[in-house]
Design a protein around this ligand. Structure first.
Ligand code: PGA
Length: 304
């Protein structure tokens, strides 16, 4: 059998989305390149993997069977690549780090520090929300994740990293600025810019308000932390963000943190990976670096 790892990866992506276009987008390939890889895989295996009915494609029975097996095959081949990396030493190699949107400021500083020690390492950083991070872990698409607490039943290994206090922010000229111990009820008179469904920040805030019988209204939804800060600054509503991400705006007078009773809400950040995943030497070196340097880099991110 002459099938390659690349052909299996392309096949998995097409099979997952049942779309050549979406697979091409996710793999940063052109659609003809994706079709070519699938054609070559079908020729190598001597099997037809997809059938086209109208505008849609479907997995054939053989395709379904190969899809089930291909996830194990790619995981094993990736493990082999990681071991080869390890044998060669930890100064080169590739590392995929994924982080929650709230963690990105801290993570970018951290990666810059790590690259000073390991300049040959090729790092991919993916920034997304809590729900998508769990999906990437589940699909074995990432090595290490920095995020809020993952649920218990996902076969994940995680360790505490840092506290992540969530605060309510407002534009500098907001009428609640300077008031002390503002009641939660007062928040019902204001609108909020909310993070998207799937954000850990949003889930915690919603849970907290519902436990306290407070119903807050959302004026708009935005899918990352920086957009929330800009929107609050522009007067679109109040926002709930990690206190680690707003020092520059608070210092320059663009945003204020409101003194709300029971705030900050305490969340935590964790370093997470799949249970049983074998990290490359680079991955292990990165984990060690995070453990040793996290306090220094959270301070640096806050000062920038
Ligand atoms: P998020 O980050 O709000 O960007 O999802 C926090 C988390 O992982 O809980």
């Amino acid at each position: 059998m002459n099938a390659t790892l690349r052909q299996f990866k392309v096949f998995e992506m097409v099979a997952r989305h049942l779309s050549f276009t979406r697979a091409a987008d996710e793999l940063f390939l052109t659609q003809p390149a994706v079709s070519m890889q699938i054609k070559q895989l079908e020729d190598n295996l001597g099997l037809v993997l997809f059938e086209r009915l109208g505008r849609k494609i479907y997995l054939t029975d053989a395709g379904k069977e190969i899809y089930r097996l291909s996830r194990d095959i790619t995981a094993k081949l990736e493990e082999t690549a990681a071991i080869i990396d390890e044998i060669k030493g930890s100064d080169g190699g590739h590392l995929i780090v994924s982080v929650a949107s709230t963690v990105q400021y801290f993570a970018i500083r951290l990666l810059a520090g790590f690259r000073q020690n390991y300049p040959k390492v090729n790092v991919s950083l993916k920034v997304t929300n809590h729900k998508n991070l769990l999906y990437s872990l589940d699909q074995n698409e990432t090595d290490i994740v920095l995020m809020g607490k993952p649920p218990e039943n996902h076969d994940l290994k995680y360790e505490f990293l840092l506290d992540n206090p969530l605060v309510v922010i407002a534009p500098f000229d907001h009428p609640l600025r300077g008031q002390k111990n503002i009641s939660l009820r007062t928040l019902q008179d204001h609108t909020f810019l909310m993070r998207e469904q799937g954000s850990g920040t949003r889930t915690s805030a919603e849970r907290f308000f519902s436990e306290n019988g407070i119903s807050i209204s959302a004026s708009m939804e935005m899918n990352n932390n920086s957009a929330i800060k800009l929107g609050v600054e522009a007067g679109l509503g109040l926002g709930i963000v990690s206190n680690h991400t707003i020092d520059a705006e608070v210092e320059s007078g663009r945003l204020v943190v409101l003194d709300i009773e029971a705030f900050p809400l305490m969340r935590k950040w964790y370093m997470v990976r799949r249970e049983g995943k074998r990290l490359s030497a680079v991955g292990n070196a990165f984990e060690e670096f995070v453990r040793a340097e996290k306090q220094r880099f959270v301070r640096l991110a806050r000062e920038s």
